[in-house]
Design a protein around this ligand. Structure first.
Ligand code: ADP
Length: 574
């Protein structure tokens, strides 16, 4: 009864003989997994002629060989065969550990003559007479010899079994037939192992090609005369080379239309190709497939590092060009540089102002400035000192977070309206001088919230400070509180009527060092860490921060905080 080849069904063999209604293997398929390899096809053709010759010389009606499949621990017949139908070839397979004729010859390495397949126990176990009409047989192992380079010894490996069946005229095979078959089997083994090595090389090459094709970095190989040997999918995409456009064998500069990249490749080819050549290029990369098809997504400018390395065989035969996306690295470097210059600027501005007012007061030995003018100077100095303290606090917090320190909260019952009043009082002079009014709107019954008071003050200071900063035309700035008793959270909303945040930037404003760089905001000083800290501090309280904004109309930031912090879980002990 035919059995399926499904793994769970492999035991469905009778006496070590397995049958399967699937198409037969060929030596090409057995060694290459497909018939696609032309080289393996040639091996198969030569092997077919050899099998026919063996049958003719031994005056046999049938000749077939089985190859060892280590993965399945079985011997299976493969095409080409002589005197067997393809289906019979597929049916002829046996477990290595069974007591069939094929297994016996394979395991012992001995030849075998069977003069009556109907009575020989090994032939019977394999069903040779019953299933294939075999009467007599001579069988030899298929062996390959390999020289071990280091020990100079010869290693013999058995790769299968060669059977010749049914001598013409009904005679039995004899020892001369064994000798003849043994010598001819060597040619067959050499051919088969040649096909196997060829297949391994082809497979290795194909794996390498698919690895290169699947790389997310761009990869181009050019020979020393400037002709392309390989372009992977990523490189095609980046260099805008249509999939249908043939590249192999073309001159690189007729395929790659990027002057800087071509000049880097030319330098690598013309100069000393032994050395690595590198450079940086900017590419306009089309939007990916996963981008929203409806949205208008423009190609983005990305920075690529180009690295040309020699393609070494016995000698340098070309160059490998690798395109690596370094946009993010360059972006972070740019942001860090901008951050350093921003911080220096932010520190210098209040210091210049403090120094100016202190110098004025010191120089006023004649009492030119009256008490109220002096008071005004002191208030400005005081506000500038606060600004410096805030900046330094931000920097300290940032560095703590950067170093991976967990945010330590000093928890108490915080009266948030009181904190908000403090923040508003501190920022009122700056706000008023900018034409903004600060308004507080908290319900009377606003509950105490378990939180770190200093950190809440820092959150509000940053949000109110931004509201003032990004409302150049002034307007009302509200700090409002909302209580949601059903979920046990409070919300603090800071609303302004300032410049707003453009849609394309809104998702990024909470990123470290991120600043909106446009006409409206460019001249406003800042470091790009305020909102990052607001987010980190809110999350440290198991809360979050959200933003809604409309360019030209204003922005609302909402910080949501639980009224009580979740308790760490302790395991009960008795
Ligand atoms: P910065 O020091 O630049 O103000 P933040 O992290 O506090 O850094 O804010 C990040 C960016 O978000 C700002 O550069 C600004 O472009 C934008 N932004 C923050 N708050 C507002 C606001 N209230 N109105 C408009 N834009 C804002």
């Amino acid at each position: 009864m035919p059995s399926s080849d499904a793994p769970g069904n492999r035991d469905a063999s009778i006496g070590g003989v397995m049958s399967d209604p699937a198409p037969p293997s060929t030596v090409a398929a057995a060694v290459s997994g497909s018939r696609a390899g032309t080289g393996v096809g040639e091996f198969e053709e030569i092997l077919k002629r050899l099998i026919e010759r063996i049958s003719r010389i031994l005056q046999a009606e049938k000749c077939v060989f089985l190859l060892y499949d280590a993965h399945r621990a079985e011997l299976r017949a493969v095409l080409p065969a002589f005197g067997f139908t393809p289906f019979e070839v597929y049916q002829l397979r046996t477990r290595v550990q069974s007591n069939t004729l094929s297994s016996h010859v394979f395991r012992t390495g001995d030849s075998a003559i069977v003069s009556n397949a109907k009575s020989d126990s090994r032939a019977m176990a394999e069903g040779l007479a019953r299933r294939f009409g075999v009467r007599t047989s001579v069988s030899v192992p298929l062996t390959v010899e390999k020289r071990d380079g280091t020990s100079q010894s010869t290693i013999v490996t058995t790769i299968g079994v060669l059977h010749v069946f049914d001598k013409a005229g009904g005679a039995a095979f004899n020892e001369d037939d064994v000798r003849l078959l043994r010598s001819m089997s060597l040619n067959a083994s050499t051919l088969i192992s040649g096909a196997q090595s060829y297949r391994a090389a082809v497979q290795e090459k194909q794996e390498l090609i698919s690895t290169i094709q699947g790389l997310s970095i761009g990869f181009v190989v050019v020979n020393m005369s400037g002709r392309i040997l390989q372009v992977n999918t990523a490189a095609r995409y980046l260099l805008d080379i249509p999939v249908s456009f043939p590249t192999v064998g073309m001159y690189y500069n007729s395929v790659i239309h990027h002057d800087v990249l071509c000049s880097i490749i030319a330098a690598a080819l013309n100069g000393d190709a032994q050395l690595e050549t590198s450079g940086e290029i900017t590419l306009s990369v089309p939007p990916g497939d996963d981008d929203d098809a409806d949205a208008e997504v423009e190609a983005s400018e990305r920075i690529y590092q180009v690295q040309c390395s020699p393609l070494r065989g016995a000698e340098v035969s070309g160059i490998v060009v690798v395109l690596n996306d370094i946009t993010v690295i360059r972006g972070v470097e740019r942001m860090k540089n901008a951050f350093v210059s921003m911080v220096s600027h932010e520190l210098r501005t209040p210091l210049t102002s403090i120094k100016g007012f202190v110098a004025t007061l010191l120089a006023d030995t004649q009492g030119f400035y009256d008490k109220s003018a002096q008071q005004e100077f002191f208030e400005i100095i005081d506000a500038e000192c606060d600004r410096l303290t805030r900046l330094i606090d931000d920097l300290l917090n940032l560095s703590r977070i950067e170093q991976g320190h967990a945010m330590q909260l000093v928890l108490s019952d915080v009266d948030i309206p009181q904190v908000a009043a403090r923040v508003i009082a501190a920022q009122r002079p700056t706000a008023e001088s900018d034409g903004s009014t600060l308004v507080m709107n908290f319900p009377d019954e606003f509950p105490a919230v378990e939180a770190d008071s200093d950190k809440i003050e820092q959150i509000l200071t940053n949000l109110v400070g931004n509201a003032v900063k990004y409302s150049p035309a002034g307007g009302e700035i509200t700090v409002a509180g909302v209580v949601d008793v059903s979920t046990n959270v409070v919300m603090i909303r800071v609303t302004d009527h300032g410049i707003g945040i453009p849609r394309e930037h809104i998702g990024r404003v909470f990123e470290r060092f991120y600043r909106v760089d446009n006409r409206d905001s460019r001249d406003t000083p800042g470091t790009g860490i305020g909102l990052y800290l607001v987010k980190t501090l809110s999350e440290a309280h198991h809360g979050n921060v959200r933003v809604v904004s409309e360019p030209g109309r204003g922005t609302t930031f909402t910080v949501t905080l639980p009224m009580k912090q979740p308790r760490p879980e302790y395991s009960a002990s008795t």
